[in-house]
Design a protein around this ligand. Structure first.
Ligand SMILES: [Zn+2]
Length: 274
């Protein structure tokens, strides 16, 4: 009798624990090619960064875009077309709020048709600031970048002018019960990257390595040294022939430098657990 009681209470305890085990999910990272990523947090919130889903390197771009029916936040680093990408279309079908500087948000609404009501002081910041969003599920810090930022109306529009898109940047996204992920945006290496880890340890760095418009492998390796992440995932290479920096070149330099950082090269369309 006593034994059965003990067994039953053990079973009950086990059953009560099961939901806790199920909740302890990972953060998932998906790469769509170029600078476009999706982060799914342990609580199931979805963040898109620079969502040019239909970039020429993504063979399944149209299908991937059609499948994207849930997004909570869209983060855009700067105004160039290859980073604003499919933001407006995704925003209209998901209701995702825009995370940008105020200047870029205004430009995206005015020249890109991003719904004005899906941006505001809660999701817009500037360099040095950190926003706590989605009921504390993520913290997003605005990190500077050395680049430019202009915006043009979509192809086919009568407006052919180049408009100001505010200052370019990157983001440090700290996921609750998950990793801290630094998306560099388009940038050169700059020594202030070393300051990032004074405030946050960076687990994963999404680093532009293609060269021509951003740092190439050599300068990206210096950036990795300054940020000192556990893992670097190369991006912004191979989309066009002129973006000819390769993950192998980055890995070779980091190995030669005895870097502790692991290079993880993602396949386009693939997801990894972090
Ligand atoms: Zn750019």
């Amino acid at each position: 009798m006593m034994l059965r009681k003990i067994r039953n209470s053990l079973l009950l305890a086990l059953l009560l624990c099961l939901p806790l085990v199920a909740v302890a999910a990972n953060t998932e990272l998906t790469w769509y090619g170029h600078a476009a990523f999706k982060i799914t947090t342990p609580a199931g919130k979805v963040l898109l960064i620079d969502p040019w889903i239909t970039n020429p390197a993504n063979k399944n771009g149209k299908e991937d875009l059609a499948r994207l029916d849930k997004a909570d936040l869209i983060l855009v680093t700067h105004g160039h077309f290859d980073h604003v990408g499919n933001s407006t279309e995704i925003a209209k079908k998901t209701g995702a709020k825009l995370v940008t500087t105020f200047d870029l948000g205004k430009a995206m609404a005015t020249y890109g048709g991003y719904p004005k009501e899906q941006m505001g002081y809660d999701t817009q910041g500037n360099f040095g600031g950190e926003l706590t969003l989605l009921d504390g599920e993520v913290k997003i810090a605005f990190i500077p970048a050395i680049h430019s930022s202009t915006i043009m109306a979509p192809e086919g529009s009568a407006d052919k002018d180049i408009h100001d898109g505010g200052n370019p940047g990157g983001f440090l996204i700290t996921v609750k019960n998950g990793p801290a992920i630094y998306h560099t945006g388009d940038t050169d290496v700059f020594s202030d990257m070393a300051l990032i880890r004074q405030f946050h340890k960076v687990d994963v760095m999404l680093a532009a390595i293609g060269g021509h418009f951003t740092m190439g492998p050599q300068r990206a390796a210096e950036a990795v040294k300054l940020v000192d992440p556990g893992m670097v995932i190369p991006m912004h290479f191979g989309t066009f022939p002129i973006l000819d920096g390769t993950p192998n070149a980055l890995e070779k330099i980091l190995t030669d430098h005895h870097s502790r950082t692991k290079v993880k090269t993602m396949a386009i369309g693939a997801s990894i657990k972090l």
